[in-house]
Design a protein around this ligand. Sequence first.
Ligand code: NAD
Length: 489
Amino acid sequence: MPDLFIDGTWTSAAAGGRRTITCPADGTHVGEVDESDESDTFRAIEAARRAADDGRWRDVPPQERAAALGRIADALERDTDEIARAEALDTGKRFEEAKIDVADVVSVFRHYAGKGDVVERVREVDPGQPGVVSRVHREPIGVCSLITPWNYPLLQASWKVAPALLAGDTFVLKPSEITPHSTILMVRAVDEAGVPAGVANLVLGTGPGCAGPLSTDPRVDMVSFTGSLAVGQHLMREAAGTVKRVALELGGKNPNIVFADADRKAAVDNAMTAVFLHSGQVCSAGARLLVEGSVKDEVVDTIVERAQHIRLGTPFDENAQTGSLTSAEHLAKVEDYVAEGIAEGATLRCGGARPDDPALADGHYYLPTVLDDCRVDMHVVQEESFGPVLTVETFRTEEEAVALANGTRYGLAGAVWTGNPEKAARVARGLRLGTVWVNDYHPYVAPAEWGGHKQSGIGRELGELGLEEYQETKHVWENTEPAPTGWFS
Ligand code: NAD
């Protein structure tokens, strides 16, 4: 079956492009998929525009659109194992972890499936004069370009596809070229749910190869992008030419602040999952440990000791605790990043190399790494490695902790660990982050907004705002007693 989905038909790339997908965990062949060029993207945009303009989805009652989301959730849940397998093989993450991702994705679709009654709520405002009804409507934006990354391909797509469909938009979705399989299965579920032709469209390929029109074509109304800061900046510039709405979920260099009065057992354990989960390939990874000086040695020594026992392995290795990096290029970048940190004066406490286990030789693995004695002005503290690398900084006071935590251009997420609720509240208020966890790390829920402050992004996903991103506002002023104004008489 062909892999592109354009105007309700599964189709091959017009120019015959194909791409081979290889599992980064062991180099095995995962499959071949169609690879689009811009002509496919233009066809997809044309289909999405037509579907938006004739109202075939916009005019479906919101409760019926919501019901379609429920059917998508059911299909994804039914096919959990197949989808998780596809996600694990493409990304190199553990199958068990990928199953959790699918469950999360199902809950995102179910969350928005429950919002059919509020999605088109109309707000009546006081027009300030009799004989007038003044209403503010929320409507679909139109055609949305949805561009997603490789670390959580399915999850990141669901945060866009579910609200866009509920809002009544049409879209062209482009996942990362190296992890397409789970997204293809998601679009199959959308097709199975009976969403009309042209509403959901899927192209596959590289940014330069096929994505250009997604941010420049005048028929597109909005670009919603999750990925790196550099590509986000590029898309924003491109979208400016036709003044498209832009929503950006970009990188992070997320502080995890541990005070001396924290529950240290919980703080240390969570510091491990904060940074080493999915080998650090998490936008909200707690890759910066900020620890109060008086407990620094105890906290860092424990993390270093435990990090050396993390078991790496392939998606179906039941002993593995985490998987590989996603590509050879990415592994090389992480290696360069660590080398730069050491050159800048960081102390390598563990890791800093590929594993020497011959069983892992065919995958792109990197050992969990701790860089101690870091300063906020170092490149390794300022920029994300997107790998299993923890940098350690020390602070003495609450004010210093907040200032250090805010000392990068990013502002996605972070945590504060303390046994003092007032201190936790003060620090949370001072942090310029889109998400702050207090005595926890990583959880998110579909009803709460997700997104970045500063250069971590623009706009929000999930929650109410994550739906409003896909809507336009229209004020309708209706005079029920029309009369001449007499102005020019
Ligand atoms: P990336 O920016 O390289 O690619 C993301 C997507 O953009 C891919 O689909 C890619 O093909 C596409 N793309 C690349 N160049 C393009 C171009 N010129 N025009 C249009 N599209 C283009 O990011 P990545 O390496 O796939 O993902 C990792 C990054 O994503 C990290 O920086 C991470 O922090 C970020 N991320 C952020 C969040 C969040 O919620 N804020 C979530 C996940 C990942």
